[in-house]
Design a protein around this ligand. Structure first.
Ligand code: FBP
Length: 552
């Protein structure tokens, strides 16, 4: 296989780790804090997680660990969407496992959680691992979105673990996958099986975070990659001065990615879904706000600019949210009927008869090409796939229409021409930044220490991330501590609470304090490409979100 010069150089990169992880293994001991409680619904969760609820926080400190060299069989799963650094979590875990005992084995389940259910795996060897160190992607073993939820799936997972004599399984995933990790950990203990389950916080969306998990891995690299592209577009816009660029940014639900990219690039406007929801803004109001900025810039800066749009926006606009909820319900309940409809006109008639009058009106007001996207296949959780809805095109079309009206009214004198972009898959498999390479390797190594300390139902945790890596703190957070009960598919289910953008949080406040200025002026910032080698300030800075959140 031929490799690029950067790939070759990155193979050699030695990730920086917390000082405690550089100690001799038998001198790293687990230290427990006080028992924990879930974020809400304590009684329900206590009864669902009889064996694993309320465990104490764990931190690694200097001290004796006599069991660390025991021979182990460990399995690893990559779950959900790709995020830069996944290979390094595996590398950290692999190095820990082999350092503990060279006869220990690490197996990678193929294609995500389905690999565990179906018993499909490969053994990770030196040769295989070394070909993926410090690289992006999840291609070493592949990922998948299968949810382990039925009794048959649990039974099959246990059967695989038994056959492979697994001491532990590490699940690298977001909130849903780690909810699965918590349930699996409980089931194993309940069944008297020896297999322990440890999670690792992954998702570019940045919404798996709390007091103990400062950020999910991949957020840093993905935001830096998108910000480089946005900066390039800003420069192009400012050179040609003829286009308004509408850029949709990935992030299934929370607007962390859009907000971070805004802080890195100072684009003219950034919609924040959480604010739209809090202010109950309609699509018309959002359009009007954008038109005001465009009209103002036409008089001052010119007929160009950049607008950032979070991927999940449509689900936060009240009338759209109701429409999507009704569509999800009706399309699921009357699936046989709906699936027989062929043309858009037939589907529209069916919706007229099945949706509420208000939702049908919202649906009918959308351009046909966009409306059709609302009817596309749902994801395995029954959700509309927001990455497939061209929200950026919808807004550009709405703005164009409204500006034409404003021209007639005499309130707009500019010339409007738009360009639409969607940045998502471009950033999920980038070479991890130094931060993500270091963070992920440390998370993987810490996962090994948790396994070697005999705990189960924990999420690997590395904290104090704005300090130099040597000062980071390694430990574990009980998964039940991050859970609450939420309505899913008509019943209450235990889930890890998603962290949305907080409107009283420092990152949003920073944007809110500057947005009027950035909207009218051309205060663009050009972050450039991720740098792997060079001065510390250029290569090792964390995200603005993390810096602002730590400044409190
Ligand atoms: P995870 O939450 O699994 O990390 O995935 C996040 C994400 O990248 C979202 O930003 C996006 O909406 C979604 O995955 C796209 O999913 P898919 O890769 O299945 O198209």
């Amino acid at each position: 296989m031929s490799i690029s010069a950067l790939q070759k150089a990155r193979y050699e990169y030695q990730p920086k780790v917390p000082a405690i992880l550089t100690e001799k293994l038998d001198n790293i001991a687990i230290e427990f804090g006080k028992a924990t409680e879930s974020v809400a619904d304590q009684a329900d969760l206590k009864s669902l997680f009889k064996n694993t609820y309320g465990k104490p926080l764990a931190t690694f400190k200097k001290g004796a660990n006599p069991d660390v060299s025991k021979q182990l069989n460990v399995g690893i799963i990559l779950s959900g969407g790709q995020a830069p650094g996944g290979h390094n979590v595996i590398a950290g875990l692999y190095d820990g496992v082999k350092k503990g005992n060279k006869n220990s084995k690490l197996y990678g389940f193929l294609g995500g959680p389905s690999g565990l259910i179906e018993g499909q795996y490969v053994e990770i060897t030196d040769e295989l691992m070394d070909a993926y160190r410090n690289t992006g992607g999840f291609d070493i073993i592949g990922s998948g979105r299968t949810k382990i939820e039925t009794p048959e799936q649990y039974a099959a997972s246990m059967e695989t673990a038994k056959k492979m004599d697994l001491d532990a399984i590490v699940i690298i995933g977001g909130d849903d996958s780690n909810t699965n990790a918590a349930l699996l950990a409980e089931k194993f203990v309940e069944a008297g099986a020896k297999t322990r389950v440890i999670g690792c916080p992954k998702t570019i969306d940045g919404d798996l975070k709390n007091e103990m998990i400062e950020t999910s891995f991949g957020f840093d690299t993905a935001c830096k990659t998108y910000s480089e592209l946005i900066g390039n577009i800003e420069r192009d816009a400012n050179s040609a001065k003829k286009y308004w660029h509408f850029i949709k940014l990935m992030g299934r639900s929370a607007s962390h990615i859009a907000l971070e990219c805004e802080l890195q690039t100072q684009a003219n406007y950034c919609l924040i879904s959480e604010e739209v929801e809090a202010k109950k803004m309609t699509l018309r109001q959002i359009t009007d706000d954008l038109c005001k900025i465009i009209a103002k810039r036409a008089e001052t800066a010119g007929n160009f600019g950049v607008i950032l749009i979070p991927e999940g926006l449509v689900e936060f606009i009240p009338e759209m949210k109701t429409l999507i909820a009704e569509l999800n319900d009706k399309m699921a309940l009357k699936a046989d009927e709906f699936n027989k409809l062929v043309s858009f006109a037939e589907k529209k008639d069916w919706l007229k008869a099945n949706l509420s009058a208000a939702s049908y009106e919202t649906f009918a007001s959308l351009p046909e090409s966009i409306a059709a996207q609302f009817l596309a296949d749902r994801d395995p959780h029954g959700n509309v796939q927001v990455s497939r809805i061209d929200t950026e095109k919808l807004l550009a079309m709405m703005v164009e229409g409204r500006l034409a009206e404003m021209k007639k009214e005499g309130t707009y004198k500019g010339k409007f021409s738009s360009y639409c972009h969607f940045f998502g898959y471009e950033g999920r498999c980038a070479f991890p930044s130094n931060f993500d390479a270091d963070y992920c390797y440390s998370l993987g190594f810490t996962a090994f220490l948790l396994i070697a300390s005999g705990v189960t139902g924990y999420l690997s945790s590395v904290r104090n991330l704005t300090a130099p890596a040597a000062e980071w703190l390694a430990g574990g957070v009980p998964l039940t501590m991050m859970m609450n009960m939420e309505q899913r598919h008509g019943s209450k289910k235990p889930v890890i609470k998603k962290a949305l953008v907080e409107l009283d949080g420092e990152p949003f406040k920073k944007y809110a304090a500057n947005r009027d200025k950035w909207a009218v002026n051309t205060d663009f910032l050009f972050p450039g490409a991720i740098q792997y080698y060079g001065p510390d300030a250029v290569c090792n800075a964390t995200t603005k979100t993390l810096q602002l959140e730590h400044q409190k």
